[in-house]
Structures are given as structure tokens and as C-alpha cells.
Design a protein around this ligand. Structure first.
Ligand code: CTP
Length: 398
């Protein structure tokens, strides 16, 4: 039976947590409620205990001594940690790694998906500190059900009202369902730009931020895959759970990919590999007076094409195509040239694609039609891409 840990904190929206609990139960899950001490001052743990059939946990040290360390064993048992409602305080604690009660300790021990439904006063929600905490958690792979606009406890109208319980339950069940679909599969994702040095202080590169690749790695992990993330230089936090290899040049990226390739089921080449490098890499900084007006460049290895040549039956290769024009046409040509099974094409330039949070993609397979996604977040785009990958895998098996 699926077990869910429901974290309950001291927001006025706490009364809706009972509905969230019931919703998970209606979906066949067993729910263990974990309350913060302040939440237990607002509502008695007895209420949640009676509804769930398992006594609500409040204190880190109240567990019977004979049991395994409570938060660690519960973390292993659950398929989801859902915190609804989540106060600014608990969001700050999660983002900062503070672990001073059962719920915050459970968060650090959790390997399951984590779903957070914030609820607080609008000013607190929109405060740059809260927004920074939310962004940090999002980067770690925490999922959110955003609060709604409406009547708040402080008699203000505004953003910050806990989302509807059904929306929280729906998202929670979706996350649980997603965890199994790629179980047993090995996924290699590349992300970010590469840098090709001219000397120790200068290089050739591109504006890729790595966001799309990191989201893809996170999505593969969430679906239960074993993930190797080969990343060029970015400022992003690698998703916990992935084996991340940090590289700088195209040659290093190729080496890391070739090492990981045997036994890999799915490769997603989201990296913006630099196409050129300097022929002559100088070991010491070259003064500008010494730099010739023309520098010779050469092509870097085409990693995707190389993997395409070595592709074994059952392996699925996905390429990205950054285009400024004839997007689908160029992507199809690249798919054929590199022996890829799917291409994800996006329009770049004029503020699109590189470094942004949104993307507008076209997903192209050898035989099927072009699937345009419309403008969506990179998080949402990673879901769409993996839905297509799973469909293509299924087709390959048949
Ligand atoms: N790619 C690669 N190695 C390279 C260049 C590109 O593996 N040296 C991969 C990218 O990761 C991407 C796909 O090939 O998945 C297409 O990349 P893109 O830059 O759009 O195309 P190129 O093949 O480089 O062609 P061009 O720059 O001429 O458009």
C-alpha cells in the first residue's frame, strides 16, 4: 500500500489539511501526518491521528527508543512527502538545510518526491527572501502547488491562500505515479555549454545556462531512472540523486559520455556543445599585443553523431536542435545525420531559448508528425519530452 507523509505546519489554511489527508486516502494511500509544534497548537494532533488511523508525529524525540531512527525509517517508507499547508518558516528551513524538528529532518532524509503547498500572507509570500527560498527548493527538484489569490486570514485579499485540496492531492498522486515509469532504465543527460580555451583566461562558448538539461535530469530521476548528468560549466545546483560529472570542453564531454554510454538506455543531448575550438591552446596567458589578428579554429567532435554510430538495438538517442530558421526542416536533417530517434527543436536568438525559464519546443520523430508544445516552462517541457521518450521506447519494444 502506498504510504504518504503529510507535513502540516501552522498556517491558517491548516483546516484544509484534513481534506488533503482524506483525498490521499480516497486514492488508496495510507497517510502518516507529521506536525510542527506550532501546528499542534492550532489543531490537536488527535484530530489528524483519528482521521489517518496513525498517531500524528510532532516531536523528534518522542518516538519509542526501540524503533529505528523515526525520521529516517519513515523517509524510506513513503512514496511522497507532501507539506500542506507550508509556512514561510518551514520553506526557509527546507531551503537552508535547518533540521531542528521531525518535519525538517524528514525533508533532509527523504528520497521520495517532495510536494510543497505554500500558504501565508501575500507580503510574506512575495518577499524576495521567500521567493529566493522557493527558487532554491525548485532547483533541488521540490515540486509546488502554487497558492491562489483570495481572501486571507489577515483580512487582506491577495496571493498566498492555500491551493484547493483536490489540486494538491491530484499533483501528489501524479508525482507518485511518475516515480515508476523509468525504473530500471539508465539515462544519460548532457547539459550546459562547453568552453574551448584559447589560453588560461580566454575561451569560446555560448550562452547556454544548462536549465533545460538539469530539468530533464530531474524529470528522469523523478520517473525512477538511474541518471548520469554530464554538465558543462553552469551556475546550477545538480539534482540530488544524479551522478553528475562536471566537464569543461567538448573533448571532456565526449570522454564522459563514452564512459557512461554502454548500458545506457536513453541519451538526451541537451548540451550546447561548442562546434569549434582553437587549434592552438596556449598554456600561459597571452598578452593582447601577442594575440594574432587571426586565430585558427577547428571542429570539435560531434558527440551525438558519434553515439549515433555506436548505437545498439534498444538504445534511444534524443538530440536538441537550436535553430533560428526552418526549425523542423533543419532538425530533421540533423536527426538523420546523427542517427537520433527524436529531436527536440527550439528557436533561439532574440531572447528565446538560451538562459530563459521558458521554452517553445517542437518534438520531432523520424516517422511521426511534429509536436509543437507552445510556450511552456522548462520544467513542464522536460515532462513533455520524457512523455515522448517513453512513447518512443514503447514503439521500439513492439
Ligand atoms: N552536438 C554534439 N556535439 C557537437 C555539436 C552538437 O553532440 N559538437 C549535439 C547537440 O548536443 C544537439 C545536437 O547535436 O543535441 C544538435 O546541435 P546543434 O548545435 O543544433 O547542431 P549542430 O550539429 O552543431 O549543427 P549546426 O551548428 O551546423 O546547426
Amino acid at each position: 500500500m502506498t504510504k504518504i507523509a503529510l507535513g502540516v505546519t501552522s498556517s491558517i489554511g491548516i483546516y484544509k489539511a484534513c481534506e488533503v489527508l482524506r483525498g490521499f486516502q480516497k486514492n488508496g494511500a495510507r497517510v502518516q501526518v507529521v506536525m510542527t509544534r506550532n501546528a499542534a497548537r492550532l489543531v490537536s494532533p488527535l484530530l489528524f491521528g483519528s482521521l489517518s488511523g496513525l498517531s500524528a508525529i510532532v516531536d523528534l524525540f518522542e518516538e519509542p527508543v526501540s524503533r529505528d531512527v523515526g525520521h529516517v525509517s519513515l523517509a524510506k517508507e513513503v512514496s511522497l512527502l507532501c507539506v500542506a499547508p507550508a509556512t514561510a518558516n518551514v520553506i526557509g528551513k527546507f531551503a537552508g538545510g535547518v533540521a531542528d524538528d521531525f518535519l525538517s529532518t524528514l525533508f533532509l532524509a527523504a528520497r521520495s518526491p517532495v510536494l510543497v503547498a505554500p500558504a501565508m500572507n501575500e507580503a510574506m509570500y512575495l518577499h524576495p527572501q521567500t521567493q529566493a527560498n522557493l527558487a532554491r527548493l525548485r532547483a533541488m527538484g521540490v515540486e509546488f502547488v502554487e497558492p491562489e489569490k483570495g481572501y486571507l486570514a489577515c483580512k487582506d485579499e491577495g496571493w498566498g491562500r492555500l491551493a484547493e485540496p483536490q489540486a494538491i492531492v491530484r499533483e501528489g498522486m501524479r508525482l507518485i505515479g511518475r516515480t515508476k515509469s523509468l525504473k530500471g532504465k539508465k539515462v544519460l543527460v548532457t547539459a550546459g555549454p562547453t568552453r574551448e580555451p584559447m589560453d588560461p583566461v580566454r575561451f569560446l562558448s555560448n550562452p547556454s545556462s544548462g536549465k533545460m538539461g538539469y530539468e530533464l535530469a530531474r524529470e528522469a530521476l523523478a520517473r525512477g531512472a538511474e541518471v548520469v548528468l554530464v554538465s558543462g560549466p553552469t551556475s546550477l545546483i545538480p539534482p540530488p540523486g544524479a551522478r553528475t560529472e562536471l566537464v569543461t570542453t567538448a573533448a571532456e564531454m565526449q570522454e564522459a559520455c563514452l564512459r557512461a554510454y554502454p548500458g545506457t538506455d536513453i541519451v538526451v543531448m541537451a548540451a550546447a556543445v561548442s562546434d569549434f575550438r582553437f587549434k592552438d591552446v596556449r598554456p600561459r596567458k597571452t598578452g593582447k599585443a601577442e594575440v594574432p589578428s587571426k586565430l585558427e579554429i577547428e571542429r570539435t567532435p560531434d558527440i551525438l553523431a558519434l553515439l549515433g554510430k555506436k548505437k545498439k538495438k534498444g538504445q534511444l538517442l534524443v538530440g536538441f536542435a537550436a535553430e533560428t530558421h526552418d526549425i523542423a526542416g533543419n532538425a530533421r536533417k540533423k536527426m538523420a545525420a546523427k542517427n537520433a530517434d527524436l529531436m527536440v527543436a527550439n528557436e533561439v536568438g532574440q531572447g528565446r531559448g538560451f538562459g530563459t525559464d521558458d521554452n517553445e519546443l517542437r518534438i520531432i520523430s523520424a516517422s511521426g508528425p511534429v509536436h509543437p508544445t507552445g510556450k511552456i516552462s522548462k520544467r513542464e517541457a522536460s515532462r513533455v519530452v520524457f512523455d515522448h521518450i517513453e512513447a518512443a521506447l514503447e514503439k521500439k519494444r513492439r
